[in-house]
Design a protein around this ligand. Structure first.
Ligand code: PEP
Ligand code: MG
Length: 580
């Protein structure tokens, strides 16, 4: 048994046999042609373009009943790219200049175009470089009479393993034959990931080298919720996953029933159940799972590109998209939380000895107002398109709130002077994820409009346990009395000052914690969209009074082991709760 970890690109769990999808290295010949042959080579190119277009048209017809708008639009855009007169002009000019065969010329021209797209400042154009390669492969296959490996002929359900997948590979595939996808390459914002989500196929990308280890027919588990892939699982692991998979499918069914219902306790307290998202496209999943809003948009994922930060315009477009898609539901966008465990940015300045305690999140932003202000301006500009809330991460005390608000004021004044509209009443809140902030939450509550408790970090800093270190995970305990006291104190202090208190750390999605958090008076729970139905089910099954009694009992206890046992027993009696 071997486990791989990658990026959770599309949720869901699959158990099945591997199918290795190899990206072929088509060998392209290179030879000289005479001036007389130029016209003939150009004709070959035009024919190949026609045939490639027809191939896509056939695909569109074959898939017409099962294809959504995303896929149709993608195929249409590929037809446009193949038939772009500029592509033909470039091939024509290079043929005349270089006098080489057209396959070779095409590769050169495509490389130039891809390079141009890749270095563009526009994210949309950057992503088109993948499509461009995809499109060129189709033309090349036609020129070489090469029938590429395709996922359209799959005869049995499989887990597709590849170094990389092109968007068109996914569109052409028999989707009921693809249980899941696992690739070495790819990120959350790649087209492949977006399509996997929209096709609802569990997918883990960015696994680095999974395709080197897996052979055709090997048994695999793909956990798109956790971002892991297990090769040749042992019996026990497989049976745990089969149970988890069943539970997941049950969730999906519940989802359909619970979607339209409110998250309301049996005695009538309404709770806001919101979604955490990392990229704008995830709003679709939030809406599908009935989220009342976005409780945390981790904006730093827009910043994942080597050595460059997104421009104000790029950020503005992403924020506006989310706000518009959520209509008037609240959207809490957290300002940049760079650094710490999020070290994948290729940003050398953040190479620190002790990054978890280092120059990260709001500390970084306050010392780089040039970068911070760009984000604040983008947020303010986007605010007129929906119901925006702005949240600052990693606040440790009052000075940082004041300093952040000063820069926020400057950004507002700049826009004012430029005559750019923005909403005047945007709620501004902070994350409570450092013990000093929780302990001074009475003071901080006077400065801001809401709190959101970030338990992922709060647990890490309270218990001094690195959240990413697998050797000490046994210490990472949400039910540690020290953590629970800080959460309770934060909620009480927020309420005393009349501001709502939410939670966007993973604890908010833990079904074992739901009743405790309800009983403490938490107003908003924010979590990955797929977790919403289960938490909603629990909220709808308990009364506030019951939950308060549970809190009364556990806050008398002195160990996380005791508290965990108590809540498991309580839940077991109430819900016939299945343990993992
Ligand atoms: C948290 O710390 O709980 C949180 C939600 O933020 P992140 O996981 O992005 O640090
Ligand atoms: Mg955090």
């Amino acid at each position: 048994m071997k486990e791989f970890h990658g990026i959770t690109a599309s949720p869901g769990i699959a158990v099945g046999k591997a199918y290795i999808f190899k990206e072929e290295n088509i060998s392209v010949p290179k030879y000289d042609i005479s001036p007389k042959e130029v016209e003939n080579e150009l004709k070959r190119f035009i024919n190949a373009v026609e045939n490639a277009t027809e191939e896509i048209e056939i695909l569109k017809t074959r898939m017409k009943d099962s294809m959504g708008d995303d896929e149709r639009n993608l195929l249409d855009s590929h037809i446009m790219m193949i038939n772009d007169p500029e592509l033909k002009n470039q091939v024509d000019a290079e043929l005349r200049a270089q006098k080489k065969n057209v396959e070779w010329i095409l590769i050169q021209v495509i490389e130039q175009i891809v390079e141009k797209l890749k270095t563009s400042n526009d994210d949309y154009l950057k992503e088109r470089s993948v499509d461009m390669k995809d499109v060129s492969k189709r033309i090349l296959n036609q020129l070489l009479y090469h029938k590429g490996q395709s996922l359209s002929g799959l005869k049995e359900p499989v887990i597709v393993v590849a170094h990389n997948l092109m968007p068109s590979d996914l569109i052409g595939m028999k989707r009921n034959m693809v249980l899941a996808i696992a690739t070495d390459a790819g990120g959350k914002t790649s087209h492949t990931a977006i399509l996997a989500r929209s096709l609802e196929i569990p997918a883990v990308l960015g696994l680095m080298d999974v395709s080197r280890y897996v052979k055709n027919g090997d048994e695999l588990i793909v956990d798109g919720n956790k971002g892991s892939v297990i090769l040749e699982p042992d019996k026990k692991t497989k049976s745990v996953y089969i149970t988890t998979q069943k539970r997941w499918k049950k969730h999906e069914l519940e989802l359909l029933q619970l979607n339209k219902l409110e998250a309301e306790t049996r005695d009538g307290k309404l709770i806001n159940l919101e979604a955490n998202i990392e990229i704008p496209e995830e709003v679709e999943s939030a809406l599908k799972h009935g989220a009342d809003g976005i409780g945390l948009f981790r904006s730093e994922f827009l910043f994942i590109q080597p050595n460059r930060f997104p421009t104000e315009e790029e950020q503005f477009r992403a924020y506006r998209y989310v706000l518009e898609r959520m209509k008037n539901k609240p959207v809490t966008i957290r300002t940049l939380d760079l650094g710490g465990d999020k070290s994948l940015y290729g940003f050398n300045e953040l190479d620190e000895k002790n990054p978890i305690l280092g120059w990260r999140a709001i500390r970084f932003c306050l010392s780089r107002p040039d970068i911070f202000k760009v984000q604040l301006r983008a947020l303010l500009r986007a605010s007129v398109y929906g119901n925006l809330k702005i949240m600052f991460p990693m606040i440790s005390g009052k000075e940082e709130v004041e300093h952040s608000l000063e820069l926020y004021d400057i950004a507002k004044k700049e826009l004012e002077a430029e005559g750019v509209p923005y909403k005047r009443d945007i709620p501004v809140g902070i994350m409570i994820e450092i013990p000093s902030a929780a302990l001074t939450s009475d003071v901080l509550a006077k400065e801001v409009d809401f709190f959101s408790i970030g338990t992922n970090d709060l647990i890490q800093y309270t218990i001094a346990v690195d959240r990413g270190n697998e050797r000490i995970t046994y210490l990472y305990e949400p039910f540690h009395p020290g953590v629970l006291k800080l959460i309770q104190l934060t909620i009480e202090n927020g309420h005393k000052q009349g501001i709502p208190v939410g939670m966007c750390g993973e604890m908010a999605s833990d079904p074992l914690a739901t009743t405790i958090l309800l009983g403490m008076g938490l107003d908003e729970f924010s979590m990955s969209p797929i977790s919403i139905p289960e938490v909603k089910r629990i909220i709808r099954s308990v009364t506030l009074l019951e939950a308060e009694e549970v809190v009364g009992a556990i806050m008398e206890m002195d160990s996380y082991a005791g508290i965990t046992k108590y809540i498991k027993d309580w839940m077991g009696k109430k819900f016939e709760f299945e343990e993992n």
